[in-house]
Each structure stands twice: as structure tokens, then as C-alpha cells.
Design a protein around this ligand. Structure first.
Ligand code: ADP
Ligand code: MG
Length: 257
């Protein structure tokens, strides 16, 4: 597998707080890679640097061989790094399929042309994406009445509109019930395989992480303390210590079981 993303010594300080310290890793083609760690470990800070929303204090990031540092978020998005937006990213007054069409129109830079013809533009392409996430039957429903889990699937379809080769998902299942989380990540895993894209995601639910990741990285106090297969991470005493000592993820997973 070749590397899609290569991160070297990525660091970020906020005043006196070093939120991310010399983090280095790579994401391989077709890989579903989880970044886990207690609250405040620096996960979102890492994601924001990869998406161009935060400028690193230090470090290098290469996407398909091109340096990303210093590029604005829009440019990084156009290069092929997608992200799932929060619920507010969907227009609740529009139907499901219209939301996907809008994203496709924006991707193809056809926004000037939208007024009279928007309802016809990219509809077959939008329906294809909805089918991919199992939402084709809900295409004509208004987003305002969708169930939360369905909105999340719609967000995924929208994120796929510009055909990214890497998707960044920071807590994609936040606010979902455990069974819904498993389903959303299973869907993501199927799409990753189908389209041969890579996903870097963060997730609190350890059942989801262990069930769907190809590889897991553990961030603790800004530092990458482990990077390995599901079995390696599950059996790593240092990881267990962080979680049990810090009173978070493993306990959370057990209390949900
Ligand atoms: P995680 O996503 O793993 O929960 P974050 O990346 O959000 O962690 O936060 C890492 C650390 O950086 C925390 O100590 C947090 O308080 C701090 N931090 C994050 N964003 C900012 C900011 N904009 N200004 C100051 N401190 C921040
Ligand atoms: Mg976070």
C-alpha cells in the first residue's frame, strides 16, 4: 500500500500549552485509520492542522507527495482531502437530493448557473451517491424531518461529492446511539473498500474503533504513544494504563456493553 498522507513532526502550541508534539505518521491508500486518545489529547488540533484551519508551529504534511502546510482549507479540499461537516452543513429547507446536488454544483464550480436549472443539475450523480449511503428512498424528503443517523449518512454522501482520496472524520458518530455508530462506521468501511479511499477518524466508542479500524494510533498529551494493529493496541499495556489511569475510553466501552 502506498502512502496517501505523510505527517512529520507535526506540532502545535497555544501559548504555553503544547497541544500536539512531534506527531509523525502516514495514512496508506485504502486504509481506515483511527486516532484515539483521552479528551484534550490533541486529536482535533491535529485534524485542524491537516485541514488547513490551524497553522502548525512546526512540522510537514504531504498529501500525495504535495506539501500542504500554508495552503488554505479550500485548496486542501480541492486537492482531494474531504471532511464530514456537522449537521449545519446541510440546508434543512431543501430535500435530501437537493443538498447533494448543491454540493456537486459547488464542486463543479457551476454556482453561477444554478437558478433556473438547479433542480435538474447533477441529479443522476446525486442519486448515485445517495444509493451508496443507502438514502435513495429518502431523496425527496426534507432534511428538517430526517432522523439524526440519516443526516449523518447524508453528510457522508456530501463529503464524497468531490471524489476525495482521503476523508478526515473528527468524531463522525458523536451524538449517535451505539448501534447507529456501528452501522455508520460499517457503511464508511464499505465505501472505503468500494472506492479505495482512505479515512482518518477519531472515535470515542472503543467497540466501533476495534470493529472497523485497519490500524489505530493513540495520542496522549499531544504525543503519539502507540501506532499499530487492533490486536497490538488492545494488548498494549501502556495504552491500557492511559485509559484506565485516565478513566476514559475502555471504561466507557465496558459500561456500554
Ligand atoms: P481532543 O480533540 O483530543 O480532545 P484538542 O485538540 O481539542 O483535543 O485539544 C488539545 C489541547 O489543546 C487541550 O488542552 C485544549 O484545551 C487545547 N486547545 C485546543 N484548541 C485550543 C485553542 N484554540 N486555544 C488554546 N488551547 C487550545
Ligand atoms: Mg476533539
Amino acid at each position: 500500500m502506498s502512502d496517501v498522507l505523510e505527517v512529520k513532526n507535526l506540532s502545535k502550541s497555544f501559548g504555553g500549552i503544547q497541544a500536539v508534539k512531534d506527531v509523525s505518521f502516514s495514512v496508506k491508500k485504502g486504509e481506515l485509520l483511527a486516532m484515539i486518545g483521552p479528551n484534550g489529547a490533541g486529536k482535533s488540533t491535529c485534524f485542524n492542522m491537516l485541514m488547513g484551519q490551524l497553522k502548525p508551529t512546526k512540522g510537514e504534511v504531504y498529501f500525495e507527495g504535495q506539501n500542504l502546510i500554508g495552503r488554505p482549507p479550500r485548496e486542501i479540499w480541492r486537492m482531494g482531502i474531504g471532511r464530514t461537516f456537522q449537521i449545519t452543513g446541510t440546508y434543512t429547507s431543501m430535500t435530501v437530493v437537493e443538498n447533494v446536488q448543491m454540493a456537486l454544483i459547488s464542486h463543479h464550480r457551476r454556482t453561477m448557473a444554478i437558478l433556473p436549472y438547479a433542480h435538474k443539475m447533477y441529479k443522476p450523480e446525486a442519486m448515485e451517491l445517495l444509493e451508496l449511503v443507502g438514502m435513495q428512498d429518502q431523496a425527496e424528503r426534507h432534511c428538517a424531518i430526517l432522523a439524526y443517523g440519516d443526516l449523518k449518512r447524508l453528510e457522508l454522501a456530501i463529503a464524497l461529492c468531490h471524489d476525495p482520496s482521503l476523508l478526515l472524520m473528527d468524531e463522525p458518530t458523536a451524538g449517535m446511539a451505539p448501534t447507529e455508530r456501528i452501522k455508520l462506521m460499517q457503511l464508511t468501511a464499505d465505501i472505503v473498500q468500494d472506492k479505495n479511499i482512505s479515512v482518518l477518524f477519531t472515535e470515542h466508542d472503543m467497540d466501533v474503533v476495534f470493529a472497523h479500524s485497519h490500524r489505530i494510533m493513540v495520542l496522549n498529551r499531544g504525543e503519539l504513544m502507540a501506532n499499530g494493529s487492533v490486536d497490538e493496541i488492545r494488548n498494549d499495556p501502556r495504552v491500557q494504563e492511559v485509559y484506565l489511569g485516565g478513566g476514559s475510553l475502555f471504561e466507557e466501552a465496558e459500561s456500554q456493553a
